[in-house]
Design a protein around this ligand. Sequence first.
Ligand code: SAH
Length: 396
Amino acid sequence: MEIKSIQLKAKKDEGIRRRHPWVFSGAIKNLEAGILDGALVQVHSNKGGHLGYGHYSKGTSIAIRMISFDETIPTGSFFQDKIKQAVAVRQDLGLINSDGQNTCRLVHAEGDGLPGLIVDYYDRVAVVQTHSLGMHHSLEWIIEALKAELKDNLVGVYNKSAKVLRKNGHVTNLDTWVHGNAPENWNAQEHGNAYVIDLVEGQKTGFFIDQRENRLLLGQLSKGKRVLNTFSYTGGFSVSALQGGATEVHSLDSSARALEIGEANVAKNGYSSDVHQSIQADALDYLKNGVADFDIVVLDPPAFAKSASARHAAIQGYKRINLRALETMKPGSLLMTFSCSQAVDDRMFTNTVIAAAIQAGRTARILYRLHQPADHPVSAFHPEGAYLKGLVVRVE
Ligand code: SAH
């Protein structure tokens, strides 16, 4: 395997020596001639020392995603090793094939030492999402490693990368099964609840696995309550609230397809449509009508800031939507509010919600501070990986 080299500018090796996996394009001094987009490259410091290997992305701000900081060239056995560790973490957490629990994130990119790779797992089906061309080129190794580690716990692998790769400027094959297929009795479950996973049309890999723990908490808070679940997608929070004994749940989303699957999920878990209602609307518009009918309001919008430059606008967006809810919530009710924007950190988000409460003239107490679950680990070398944050606020 021929590996070409990239040399960094003076002092630009510091982050890499701390094992932070990103090299920005401005840090590059020299590119060896003929390096192709998506190539595995060897990275050298300004003085020529070996720093490791990474995937090169042409024309993007993160020019290299470091894969390995060792001397050995990362090939199939490297992927085997990383995926073995990643699977062991989830197996030890009881997330892979426990009773009523077979849905988790198997590989969380930088958090598992594999920048550019997401693998989600739904009852014997792995959904692979490669975010870089370099990872896309490694697909065969990834599939082999998944098969070797999961054995009977793997029946199919679906590659769902076309959209994310296209967004990053790459044209690839269409999304497709790359190994096996969905099992006949396919039954993705979380906390004993069964969910329809729309691999083909669904957002992300078909489900928002990262809210698992927070759904459990909502269930615990929901007994005898009326719950409004905004940005409900396929109804994960709604089913959890019903499981916890909510008397009525309203799911709100702008997508008719998401609401349809949400209704299927409510029915699949044995809840009558008498206790559940879908609302297709824009969340901000709907909140203007007032939410005093509800004891709990969930706000889980899509990422408002996809990059640091969008941070300011994103914070305004979070403030507006939280303010709208807080203005009319009834005394003693709970707001469960989230941000999944990587560029908005915990503190900024908390301050934004507090600012909204002050502007709404409400007394607010923070009861819980919420995060992404253990199968979305944060590498000590890459603190930016902590992207999901949330609060449960009691409003008087
Ligand atoms: N809470 C969900 C995940 C939310 S994903 C879960 O646990 O599965 C964000 C959702 O917001 C998507 O379903 C998307 O269709 C919806 N959405 C995006 N913009 C919206 C808007 N302006 N009003 C209402 N829903 C919106």
